[in-house]
Design a protein around this ligand. Structure first.
Ligand code: ZN
Length: 85
């Protein structure tokens, strides 16, 4: 569920990243997306990783991200959050 107001959370950003690369975000969501990246090293790294992956694949659909990788990523974010307080 994407909230309509306030800053994106890391989890929301992960959910939006495919739309971001496909240019499917609204202008407002795109702005929130970029604003989050600007202040979040974890998501900056994630988006860069996705950019490389997309370049390799040539395209990306929602179902092309393996569930295992997605789970691992979310766990990584949780650990990172815990580590940074
Ligand atoms: Zn983040």
């Amino acid at each position: 569920m994407i909230r309509r107001r306030g800053p994106l959370t890391c989890i929301e950003l992960v959910e939006l990243v495919t739309d971001y690369f496909e240019g499917a975000l609204s202008r407002r969501d795109r702005r929130r997306f970029k604003r989050h990246i600007a202040g979040c090293d974890g998501c900056t790294a994630y988006v860069e990783q996705m950019r490389v992956t997309m370049r390799l694949l040539g395209h990306l659909r929602e179902d092309s991200l393996p569930p295992v990788a997605r789970d691992a990523l979310l766990h990584a974010f949780r650990d990172w959050k815990a580590a940074t307080g």
